[in-house]
Design a protein around this ligand. Structure first.
Ligand SMILES: NC(=O)c1ccc[n+]([C@@H]2O[C@H](COP(=O)([O-])OP(=O)(O)OC[C@H]3O[C@@H](n4cnc5c(N)ncnc54)[C@H](O)[C@@H]3O)[C@@H](O)[C@H]2O)c1
Length: 327
């Protein structure tokens, strides 16, 4: 009988939270951890193994592993490599994820070499930053089927967008539909033309919520980008939101849910680009990973934002010497 198996690569602040969420999802029978620090991998797995003896936990076979564990994995979530750090002397710092390009390009090349030695079947979900460039490297340099590798992308930024909008209007964030597109980072932008509150379009908000100040697209985008730094500059890292995003995607894969989420993939004809950049747009997620990409039409403001985001991602790609920017 087939047993659902997850491998988590990199079990630091983010990976350990992914692991904890996966343990509670009740969809995996086996979970293996991999980390360059073997003690961390062993310790995290053992800690979770002890928790399986307690009420409300399922009896998951959770253990430290190595890349051979990928051979029969259904889903692999990659959170390996360092994050930007908070600056104790500057509580308003906004360190750019792109500063991680050099170090994490090496990490992702090492991790993908390990994974692709044992499987080209498992669905690989990347979290490591700068996410778009890391996804491009993983999806293009290892002969891995392209739809089977994607990044959490603006899934987290979009959750933050819905939270920002919902707080402004005093409603449940689940009643807000909308997403950020482009880079997972400083140039992500809200697709205001597609934003709605359970069918009430953005351009109708003034009619239905006359008592509320109208939303300014630039301010909304800035508030969403800043939300990441409110967390980072508070506790020193972010992990809960992105872990939930990754686990939501893992479930969509395992259950073949055909869910539409904004995730990061390589553009194939959308927005005038073919194979030279990866970024987030709404995609259909099922058992085969990204099964469809929806290059939704954008208005003039959004198109300008998209082009700026593409230019910015390509700077990191140049730095990582990947795709059209190989040496
Ligand atoms: N995409 C998103 O929305 C999002 C959100 C938060 C964090 N992140 C990113 O996730 C990554 C992890 O963040 P974190 O806070 O957990 O960092 P962390 O430093 O706490 O953990 C990183 C882990 O990766 C391990 N590692 C390093 N190199 C490795 C390698 N070659 N092979 C296997 N394991 C390796 C480290 O030993 C460590 O345990 C960062 O790149 C961060 O920027 C992305």
């Amino acid at each position: 009988m087939h047993k659902n198996k997850l491998v988590v690569v990199g079990v630091g602040h983010v990976g350990s939270y992914v692991l904890a969420d996966a343990m509670k999802l009740r969809l995996f029978s086996e979970i293996a951890t991999i980390d360059i620090l073997e003690g961390v991998s062993r310790g995290e797995a053992l800690d979770q193994a002890h928790a399986t003896a307690l009420t409300y936990m399922s009896n998951v076979d959770v253990h430290a592993g190595d890349y051979s564990d990928c051979a029969d994995a259904d889903v692999i979530i990659v959170a390996a490599g360092p994050s930007v750090l908070k600056d104790d002397n500057n509580p308003d710092a906004i360190p750019d994820r792109a500063s991680l390009t050099g170090i994490n390009a090496e990490v992702i090349r090492e991790v993908m070499a390990g994974i692709s030695t044992f499987t080209k079947e498992a669905i690989v979900i990347l979290i490591t930053n700068p996410l778009d460039t890391m996804t491009y490297i993983a999806a293009s340099e290892f002969d891995y089927p392209e739809g089977r590798v994607f990044g959490t992308g603006t899934m987290l930024d979009s959750a933050r967008l819905r939270k920002v909008v919902s707080q402004h209007y005093g409603i449940d964030p689940k009643s807000v539909t909308g997403y950020m597109m482009g880079e997972h980072g400083l140039t992500a932008f809200p697709v205001m033309s597609r934003l709605n509150i359970n069918g009430i379009r953005y351009d109708e908000f003034g009619t239905y919520f006359p008592e509320v100040q109208p939303l300014d697209p630039e301010e909304v985008g800035a508030a969403v980008v800043k939300a990441a730094y409110d967390v980072l500059n508070g506790k020193g890292w972010t992990n809960a939101g992105v872990a939930q995003a990754a686990i939501t995607l893992a479930q969509a894969v395992l259950l073949d849910e055909k869910s539409v989420y904004p995730v990061c993939t390589i553009l194939r004809g959308q927005y005038g680009h073919d194979g030279d950049v990866a970024l987030s747009m709404p995609c259909l997620i099922g058992r085969n990973g990204v099964e469809k990409k929806y290059g939704v039409s954008l208005d003039e403001w959004e198109t300008a934002k998209m082009n700026a985001s593409i230019d910015y991602i390509q700077l990191a790609m140049k730095d990582a010497k990947t795709g059209p920017f190989k040496g």
